[in-house]
Design a protein around this ligand. Structure first.
Ligand code: B12
Length: 306
């Protein structure tokens, strides 16, 4: 996970450094860690918390009330409420142009310097949406057009995947959170959408099982029978013919007869009509995912009524 020094946090949040320090010292609202040379270091989540507190105050809540609620409760509330703003979803066009320019001819050092530099200074969720997902699309498109070799495509795809997994592996596993299984159905090998979904679900406090691409429904079902997921989230990128889409839906209905299943991605959106009369839920985008996860987390927090 990224950490940020206070001057960067001030830029990211629009708060002054003094305000950030006061909110820490006087109100205990944020809990930065300290580097070996005693500089404050703020995680992505602490930065998001500062933005959340700022937004709450703009809506009229007093700092005293927020302080009274306490850091951990605010974090929990923020995880439930945090919207993915449209600004956070706009691709970083200039950076993407530079990155693509460093691929042909391949300038590995230049490419990694730019990519690492950019990803280090913005909250990782924003980096996923504005840099990693669009980069994967651009590289994929160049490969599809025959302008990029398989080797260079693989190099970038693996680098993107490593980044997503290394950050996800640093998140603590929330064993008591709702259990969410994430992957792609059989025949689907485009994986980045599923990875983004897994990252978002993990940061919202779900207990994530990430199974990757190309999962046959029979295996999916037997795995569900073992882990009893609260939700199965599947990413579908490729668009199918009507007949193939019907076949895929029939397969998924084997799972959705027993477990809640939701699908998303451009291929899933194209199946919208066919999904209408099934128990399979269609989630249009990452904002819809966020809403769905919020409901799931709230249900999970409520005591069971038997
Ligand atoms: C990147 C890419 C690749 C990469 C894949 C890397 C990887 N391992 O993931 C590479 C270059 C390897 C590749 C290969 C192939 N590809 Co390709 N690829 C693309 C490309 C350029 C982008 C697809 C993508 O990843 N989009 C990003 C996703 C995540 O966007 P999205 O689906 O809209 O999802 C968004 C949200 O909905 C959400 N989301 C995603 N999933 C979910 C799930 C849930 C539950 C929720 C809530 C939300 C959600 O996240 C996204 C956020 O913005 C598209 C063309 C295009 N521009 O779309 C072709 C495309 C998908 N590929 C295509 C094909 C055919 C292939 C190959 C089969 C080609 C071949 N003959 O070998 C191979 C097979 C795949 C493989 N072996 O890996 C075709 C599919 C045709 C079709 N019928 O739809 C496309 C459309 C290209 C084309 N125009 O023909 N591809």
């Amino acid at each position: 996970m990224n950490t940020h020094r206070i001057h960067r946090v001030a830029k990211l949040t629009g708060l002054s450094k003094d305000v950030i320090r006061v909110w820490e010292r006087r109100y205990g609202l944020v809990k930065p860690s300290r580097s070996s040379n005693r500089y404050r270091e703020y995680s992505d989540e602490e930065v998001a918390l500062l933005r959340f507190v700022k937004a709450q105050m703009e809506e009229g809540t007093t700092i005293g009330a927020l302080a009274g609620e306490g850091h951990d409760s605010l974090i929990a509330r923020m995880r439930l409420a945090r919207p993915i703003s449209s600004e956070e979803q706009q691709p970083h066009e200039r950076l993407l142009d530079e990155l693509m320019g460093a691929l042909d001819p391949l300038d590995k050092a230049g490419f990694e310097r730019r990519l690492n530099g950019a990803v280090a200074v913005i909250p990782f969720e924003e980096a996923v949406q504005r840099v990693l997902l669009p980069l994967q699309c651009r590289v994929g498109e160049r490969w599809h057009q025959g302008h990029l070799t398989i080797a260079v495509e693989h190099y970038v795809t693996k680098l993107i995947q490593q980044k997503m997994f290394s950050v996800m592996n640093q998140l603590s596993v929330n064993e008591s959170g709702p259990c969410v299984l994430i992957g792609c159905p059989e025949g689907e090998s485009h994986e980045i959408g599923a990875q983004a979904v897994a990252y978002i679900a993990a940061t919202r406090g779900c207990h994530v099982y990430y199974l990757g691409p190309n999962l046959p429904s029979s295996d999916l079902l037997s795995f569900c029978d073992r882990i009893h997921p609260d939700l199965v989230l599947l990413s579908i990128t490729e668009t199918k013919s009507d007949a193939d889409a019907r076949r895929q839906i029939q397969e998924l209905e084997i799972v959705s007869a027993h477990w809640p299943v939701a699908v998303g991605g451009q291929g899933a959106r194209a199946m919208g009509e066919l999904l209408r009369d099934t128990k399979i839920e269609l989630l249009d985008d990452l904002t819809a995912l966020q809403r769905r996860l919020m409901t799931l987390l709230l249900q999970h927090m409520l005591p069971s009524r038997g």
